[in-house]
Design a protein around this ligand. Structure first.
Ligand SMILES: Cc1cc2nc3c(=O)[nH]c(=O)nc-3n(C[C@H](O)[C@H](O)[C@H](O)COP(=O)(O)OP(=O)(O)OC[C@H]3O[C@@H](n4cnc5c(N)ncnc54)[C@H](O)[C@@H]3O)c2cc1C
Length: 414
């Protein structure tokens, strides 16, 4: 029977990053088990925004770590990992957004992340489609940017394999094996694999795995989506990524086109038990016209991107993110058994947090004291909840609607 020091379940960007960081930390023998192809679920659909500072300061060190790791991976592999070093602009048009931006400037300074104030007119010069007439303050983060999420996922996986990680695709984990209160391995479609250390990085399906040891994780699959216009030379060249929290929207350059993402007021959520095993067999936009969702946001977005009214949208991409009720990730021990760690609930930020999560999980799996405070991410912070029920799914949808803003206090854990 196969035996490893660690089994990482799920070959998306999080599982690949965990495997890479465990191997870098000389974690012994490691197998990464993926039931479909690597990066075939959420990780190939992301917009790839790499924004290191958000309104949630607990995540900043994780995101900073990812930005640093992008350069390390490019160096180690000697290849382009798909990062566009263009910086990001955060626009504020109202008092509430200005005070958030002030807080983010202070947060950036705390972590030595470059941040500069930019004259709105100068931002308008950089981004041809942008109307800055209502913008009162602009923060510029020159080391932010965006990345091709598939390329970055595969870079983690290739770097992990180069360090000795065994990667098994087309291998579904069907059971979690325990002895007393310890995990001792997994059952897969291709037989048992033994290990006293399991990492659940199964994305939208992660709570189904943890439920096998009696603790479904407090998160729900929530739809994320964006639209891409036809390429147009009037959009100029590659420019900074843009967040427009007053409109609940973000945008970036995409090979001559504008990629526009919206944090819709009410996102569709799903019962993880009803998802198919193959994400290619599923669309989270069922029975409704996604153009209606774009139309709902058009007025708010049009204040910054007036061209939205005439823009010809050529592509629509939708996928499942995993959200928690408080908009924070799930990272740490699954209660009730020892040797089982969860690395999921990324709340639409799994790409930008990937290296931070991988590195923190490697610390926990190797019984080292993590370099950052992981308390806000504990899987048991809400107590026991039913993640499949309507009530928690509503709270997860609300967390997505508020993604670019601080969560109202009534949505935070008590
Ligand atoms: C439209 C969209 C836009 C986004 N934009 C951004 C962005 O701009 N920036 C950002 O940081 N993030 C963004 N995200 C979020 C980001 O894509 C996710 O947070 C990230 O990809 C999560 O990675 P993951 O590895 O946890 O999940 P996934 O990529 O979904 O991988 C989970 C894997 O686990 C496998 N699996 C599940 N169950 C089993 C099992 N039993 N056995 C074996 N394998 C199993 C699945 O097959 C899957 O491959 C976006 C997401 C979407 C959908």
């Amino acid at each position: 029977m196969a035996q490893f020091d660690h089994i990482v379940i799920g070959g998306g960007i999080i599982g690949a990053s965990v495997a890479y960081h465990l191997a870098r930390e000389k974690g012994g023998s490691i197998v990464l088990v993926e039931r479909n192809a690597l990066a075939s679920a959420a990780s190939s659909r992301a917009a790839g925004m790499v924004l290191q500072v958000s309104t949630n300061p607990t995540k900043t060190p994780l995101a900073k770590r990812t930005r640093e790791t992008v350069d390390i991976l490019a160096e180690e592999l000697g290849e382009d990992v798909g990062f566009h070093d263009v910086g990001s602009l955060r626009l504020a048009a109202t008092d509430a957004r200005i005070s958030e931006l002030d807080g983010m400037a202070a947060e950036a300074a705390c972590h030595d992340i470059p941040f500069a104030w930019m004259d709105p007119a100068a931002a308008g010069e950089l981004v041809p489609w942008l109307d800055v007439s209502s913008v009162r303050k602009v923060g510029f983060l020159p080391t932010d940017g965006y990345v091709d999420p598939y390329l970055l996922s595969m870079a983690y996986a290739r770097a992990a394999a180069a360090l000795g990680v065994e990667i098994r695709e087309r291998t579904a984990v069907t059971g979690v094996l325990t002895a007393g209160s310890r995990v001792i391995g997994v059952e897969t479609a291709a037989g048992r694999i033994e290990s006293g250390s399991l990492i659940d990085a199964a994305g939208a399906w992660a709570s189904l795995l943890s439920a096998k040891v009696g603790y479904p994780l407090p998160m729900a699959p929530v739809r994320s989506h964006y639209w891409i216009t036809k390429p147009d030379s009037a959009n100029g060249g590659d420019h900074p990524a843009v967040t427009m929290p007053d409109a609940g929207a973000y945008a970036r350059y995409d090979v001559g086109a504008v990629l526009l993402g919206i944090h819709e007021r009410h996102s569709a959520t799903f019962d993880a038990r009803e998802l198919p095993d193959d994400p290619a067999a599923f669309s989270p936009t069922v029975g409704e016209a996604h153009w209606d969702r774009l139309a709902e946001a058009a007025e708010a977005v049009g204040r910054f991107f007036p061209g939205i009214a005439e823009a010809q949208f050529a592509n629509y991409i939708a996928g499942l993110s995993t959200y928690t009720p408080d908009g924070n990730i799930i990272l740490g021990p699954v209660p009730g058994v020892s040797g089982f760690l969860a690395a999921t609930g990324c709340c639409g930020s799994g790409v930008v947090l990937s290296a931070g999560i991988g590195s923190a999980i490697a610390d926990l799996a190797l019984d080292r004291v993590p370099r950052i405070d992981l308390a806000p991410f504990r899987p048991d912070r809400f107590g026991r909840v039913d993640p499949f029920g309507a009530a928690i799914r509503e709270r997860c949808a609300a967390a997505r609607a508020n993604k670019s803003r601080p969560l109202p206090s009534d949505l935070l854990p008590g």
